[in-house]
Design a protein around this ligand. Sequence first.
Ligand SMILES: NC(=O)c1ccc[n+]([C@@H]2O[C@H](COP(=O)([O-])OP(=O)(O)OC[C@H]3O[C@@H](n4cnc5c(N)ncnc54)[C@H](O)[C@@H]3O)[C@@H](O)[C@H]2O)c1
Length: 257
Amino acid sequence: MNLFDLTGKIAVVTGASSGLGADAARAYAAQGADVALLARRKEKLDAVVKEIEATGRKALAVPCDVSKEDSVRAAVEQVLGAFGKIDILLNDAGIAQGGSVETLTEDQWDRSMDVNVKGIYLMCKYVVPGMRERKYGRIVNIASVNAILADKADALVRHVYNTSKAAVLGLTKGMAASYARDGITVNALGPGLFESEMTENTLFKHEAFMNMYNSLCPASRPGARGELNGPVLFFSSDACSYTTGQFIVVDGGFSIT
Ligand SMILES: NC(=O)c1ccc[n+]([C@@H]2O[C@H](COP(=O)([O-])OP(=O)(O)OC[C@H]3O[C@@H](n4cnc5c(N)ncnc54)[C@H](O)[C@@H]3O)[C@@H](O)[C@H]2O)c1
């Protein structure tokens, strides 16, 4: 019995047009799931959809701004119309706004909270009822190691990012407790530094930060593409049927020293 087999499952991935979300969508398909890919940029989604379809799985690109209720409702309706059900929801969409409480504008604060926190609430609002009816669901929320750790370099301080990712942990636990009896597990992942669109032109270009990260990280390197997929598949599969409300940090040991 392969606990990680996703044959017959339908997965929805937000933020699937790039980075960790696109990697997870590919990993779901490789385990046998059909996948709906949500993000704002249709052209970028189409490229990942094509790749997945070439492997023989079904994939659907659905334009969606997770911070807008009308957009989320329409996207979930489109997925249910095409696939009939949703078994797995990976809430990956996120933005990493820099700045301290002194420098952030109110709009920057609100936008980060809207995408990183409200986006997960809205996706769950429309996906959870179907999961409860079918008595099955796997919800995986992408938080960050920065939900539990402050940024160590002054130049890279991200107060609203810290706040929004910590809020994701609260939401994860609250939903996990409410829906465990419905066969739904809700868990969160805390990536450390991974190469992606979010980081390749920011943190990866900041030599002092990279040197600091590598020297403080027991693995002495950032996460490589695909290295989040194992924990994503664990929380998305039957392997975690009795594991809920948990947070796994995936950071090469960065947060343990
Ligand atoms: N890369 C890292 O080092 C790292 C570390 C910790 C946590 N994370 C988290 O991982 C997740 C993925 O980030 P990534 O590194 O792959 O970056 P990324 O920028 O490549 O991916 C973010 C995705 O979210 C989408 N998105 C942003 N706003 C959206 C909105 N309003 N509606 C729908 N989609 C939206 C983007 O289009 C993109 O597809 C984020 O939640 C991020 O905070 C990343």
